[in-house]
Design a protein around this ligand. Structure first.
Ligand SMILES: Cc1cc2nc3c(=O)[nH]c(=O)nc-3n(C[C@H](O)[C@H](O)[C@H](O)COP(=O)(O)OP(=O)(O)OC[C@H]3O[C@@H](n4cnc5c(N)ncnc54)[C@H](O)[C@@H]3O)c2cc1C
Length: 421
């Protein structure tokens, strides 16, 4: 369905206040808000009539990339850098031009141009916000709630606490997924629980905790060269992780283990009919877009928001956009890709807002994603593998750039908006 008839409500209140609503308080949403407040709203005629409204079920943003290590213990990272309050990040802008709504979007009505929101303020339960422009940046959730803000910061911390309490009693752990999240999680757990084999401390006669990484693929880390994969396998073996390839898990019993219950014993049934037991199970098998509140006809078959290379959701009416992991025009779910997308999105928003204000504006911009695989995968606290621009990276460089602190050296300027100064 094309929601072409949908237009901005008219009348005095709509004239006075134009809500630019952004859904999602992470890399896509927070960066868009800063960029608009710094570079777009100030140049619009009647700039005081616009207000950026950021909606997020979590009151804190977090360095999601750090989850494979952060889930082990609060001592792994300074917590005040790992989690950062969202509303305070916007105190730097003139009063009245920004509003934070602590809640989750539950319905997007493209015809009447409003968003229903389940509030987390402890008082009211729902509200509805009319939008003049809308940016959907609700990202994607992981099957394991240990690897991101699937709900909010309290739920994430609670899941970590439950998992950590079970860890000292675990003798066996299974992680499914041969991509970077699975490999990083296995590597971190392996080093934390078993230590790393070296010249003077081979892990013998066997690791303290049996850790197994299970993948449906014939190899782990499909984006990396075969030589890098071989190195990764050795690094994993050195921390006591074994790899089971070409294996599909078909049944998880009890149902919900690893997804709803992070510290339960599990029995996994493989496609072959064989079963495996483990004390803990972490599914790290990709992500699901957070789009349950969006009309189905605006979504692609894989559940993301259908948008153009200019990030417009053309079928949803005017001034509706999507960016980040939720957007169909972004192929590689990665922070560096989102940071390249934000200026393109905001240039097109600026053009649309100026045009609607009767001012002629610059040409449209189209996003062209780097086709090279760029990926760094730390394996424990001192090693890792990676590729950039088609070249394999030495372990030391992967440690220096990512493995040292899982990108926390970059998040300060992203959350504060300095990145866009
Ligand atoms: C374990 C792991 C490790 C990763 N490591 C790296 C890495 O090393 N390098 C890299 O570049 N990328 C990495 N990524 C990918 C990177 O984290 C994502 O590309 C990035 O987080 C996407 O940002 P986003 O803003 O699009 O969405 P997300 O980070 O998914 O955030 C979406 C936000 O929307 C909110 N939200 C959800 N539903 C609603 C709703 N209904 N209403 C309002 N708000 C909502 C969520 O609470 C969340 O705050 C990793 C991902 C994972 C899972």
């Amino acid at each position: 369905m094309l929601y072409a008839g949908a237009e901005t409500p008219t009348g005095p209140s709509a004239q006075m206040e134009k809500n630019v609503v952004i859904l999602g308080g992470s890399y896509g949403g927070i960066s868009t808000a800063h960029y608009l407040l710094k570079h777009v709203i100030p140049v619009l005629p009647d700039k005081n009539s616009y207000r950026v409204v950021l909606v997020s079920p979590s009151s804190q943003a977090m360095c999601r990339q750090a989850c494979p290590r952060a889930l082990l213990s609060d001592t792994m990272f300074p917590q005040e850098k790992l989690f950062v309050g969202i509303s305070g990040l916007f105190n730097q802008y003139p009063k009245g031009c920004f509003r934070f709504i602590h809640g989750a979007a539950t319905e997007f009505d493209p015809v009447n141009r409003n968003i229903s929101i389940a509030l987390k303020d402890g008082v009211s339960t729902t509200t509805r916000v009319d939008f003049y422009a809308l940016v959907i940046a609700t990202g994607a959730s992981t099957p394991s709630p240990l690897l991101g803000l699937n709900q909010d910061e309290h739920a994430l911390r609670q899941n970590w606490a439950t998992f950590r309490a079970a860890l000292p009693h675990a003798k066996s752990i299974i992680i499914s997924g041969g991509g970077p999240s699975g490999v990083e999680t296995a590597g971190e757990l392996g080093e934390f629980l078993n230590g790393r084999a070296g010249w003077f401390n081979p892990i013998a006669p066997g690791p303290k905790v049996q850790i197994m990484l299970v993948t449906t693929g014939s190899r782990i880390l499909p984006l990396l060269a075969a030589s890098a994969v071989k190195k990764a396998e050795k690094m994993l073996a050195d921390v006591g992780v074994t790899i089971l390839k070409n294996t599909k898990i078909t049944v998880v019993s009890p149902l919900g283990t690893g997804t709803d219950h992070v510290a339960d014993k599990v029995t996994l049934t493989m496609e072959s009919g064989e079963t495996m037991n483990a004390d803990l199970y972490i599914p790290a098998t990709g992500t699901m877009p957070n789009t349950g509140f969006i009309p189905k006809d605006l979504l692609t078959a894989d559940g993301r928001v259908k948008c153009s290379r200019g990030f417009r959701v053309d079928e949803a009416g005017s001034r509706v956009y999507a960016v980040g992991d939720v957007a169909s025009s972004i192929k590689q779910p990665a922070v560096h890709v989102i940071l390249k997308a934000i200026p393109i999105l905001c240039a097109n928003m600026k053009r649309d807002l100026l045009t609607d204000a009767g001012v002629s504006a610059a040409e449209d911009q189209l996003f062209v994603e780097d086709s090279h695989a760029n990926q760094m995968v730390p394996i424990g606290r001192s090693k890792g593998v990676g590729t950039a621009m088609g070249y394999s990276l030495p372990s030391f460089l992967v440690w220096l750039v990512k493995g040292r602190d899982y990108w926390m050296w970059t998040t300060g300027s992203i959350w504060s908006g300095k990145h866009w100064s």
